[in-house]
Design a protein around this ligand. Sequence first.
Ligand code: SME
Length: 159
Amino acid sequence: MYDFRIAAADTATMYRDLASALEGLVQGETDAVANMANATALIFETLPDVNWVGFYRNIDGELVLGPFQGRPACIRIAFGTGVCGVAAETRQVQRVADVNAFPGHIACDSASRSEIVLPLVRDGELLGVLDIDSPRPARFDEEDEAGLRPIAEILAKAI
Ligand code: SME
């Protein structure tokens, strides 16, 4: 049984604890699906105010839904389309305070109001993206982005 109790201390500490829990969870496991599945469960359980956490994988230049927590989501997303597609195409973190104001945003769960998407790159190759949605507008600030970047790095090695 894994029982990670990550206290809701200050944001930076919470993300550091989340990163070390994730390191422990994926350590020694090479199966990408297992690691993605456990990562979504850990992140979904730890972060307050999130309604969707999941992966889109780069399959031959198209984003295809991977393991996630939350409501059923759109399966395929073209590079350049929506928040995930822009993150994949530009390989830049997309932090969106108001998803309804983002051109081409794909509404998978109408409850989502803000979103952060982190590209997962290993050895110059885009493996996919990690998408986290919130029902609260502007849920993700710079501190969240700073805390999630190391998590994306851990994931890029584990998937
Ligand atoms: N909102 C995303 C699509 C994925 S879902 O939110 C799970 C986007 O525009 O890329």
